[in-house]
Write a new protein. Structure first.
Length: 301
């Protein structure tokens, strides 16, 4: 029996989707395991063989009503919302991460957009050289800059301050390069018309360029924000006080307790689930703008 051409094509497309399906499963499976682990009891979480459903759901890993710091009892422990580090609780760590992420993302994107606009639409002597140096800096691994940045922050007296968490992350060469490519696609007629009407460079950038490039802001803003939200190494170096600790540092300390406190496994799962929610919500909220920004240049040419 011979297959019709349409049936053959459909079968090949089905086979071609299998690697994609395997990739999706490999990406989502760890997150699913984390999500169900947040609602499992410790015996259920560590049992062998593992179960991929929650048999006895519990909120104890988030908040344990039976836990009292003054009188520890068997079977009760501090949930993630009750976890403290030198009098600083989970909410403080959450606000620290949220503030750092929002500030660095917003300021770095605005600064990169303005720099790219000036390089493309308001070139000046030496601007081409500066852009080439910027491209060259992208070839340097970011690990190489950790020691110079740490020495600079130390000399400025910024260790264990918000300045150390905010300022070094504002300069992002790749974001400037990304916005430069966007600026090249903008019509010069629109810029020239605004200039003839008396608008200055900042006014044109703020009132005309930024609204036009809004999808591009979302497209690059999501990965920048996620990178800042998950940043672990730099805060680990410059934060010595719990009052400035971010969520990745707090989760890292919890993970270090697993060797002598198996009960913290469920708490760590609950914390990881709560930490992942803002990134998911941000992507879902700006999904359309994110896709529009990625496909903005697909129709040119």
């Amino acid at each position: 029996m011979h297959l019709l051409p349409n049936e053959t094509s459909s079968r090949w497309w089905t086979l071609a989707r299998l690697p994609l399906l395997a990739l999706v499963v490999s990406v989502l499976l760890p997150y699913y395991w984390m999500a169900i682990g947040a609602f499992k009891t410790v015996p259920e979480l560590v049992q062998q063989p593992p179960t991929f459903i929650v048999e006895r759901p519990t909120l104890q890993n988030f908040h344990d009503r039976g836990y009292t710091p003054a009188e520890p009892r068997d079977g009760h422990w501090a949930g993630i919302l009750q976890h403290t580090e030198d009098q600083s609780g989970f909410l403080r760590f959450y606000l620290n991460s949220l503030g750092v992420t929002l500030f660095v993302t917003a300021v770095s994107l605005l600064a990169a957009s303005l720099v790219a606009f000036v390089l493309v639409k308001r070139p000046f002597p030496g601007s081409r050289l500066l852009f080439n140096l910027l491209l060259a800096s992208m070839m340097v691994p970011w690990e190489v800059t950790i020691i110079p940045n740490f020495i600079t922050v130390t000399d400025l007296g910024w260790i264990s301050t918000y300045q150390a968490l905010l300022v070094p992350g504002l300069a992002k060469a790749f974001v400037v390069f990304y916005f430069r490519q966007i600026m090249l696609s903008l019509s010069n007629d629109l810029i020239d018309a605004a200039t003839m009407d008396g608008a200055g460079t900042l006014r044109i950038w703020w009132s005309i360029v930024l609204p036009i490039t809004r999808p591009s802001l979302a497209a690059i803003g999501i990965p920048v924000a996620i990178a800042e939200w998950n940043n672990f190494l730099w805060p680990l170096l410059v934060v010595n006080e719990s009052s400035h600790m971010t969520l990745p540092l707090m989760l890292g300390k919890l993970a270090g307790n697993l060797t002598f406190d198996p009960q913290s496994a469920g708490v760590l799962m609950a914390g990881s689930l709560l930490v992942s929610l803002p990134a998911i919500v941000a992507f879902l909220a700006f999904q359309r703008q994110f896709i529009d920004g990625l496909t903005a240049g697909a129709s040119k040419g």
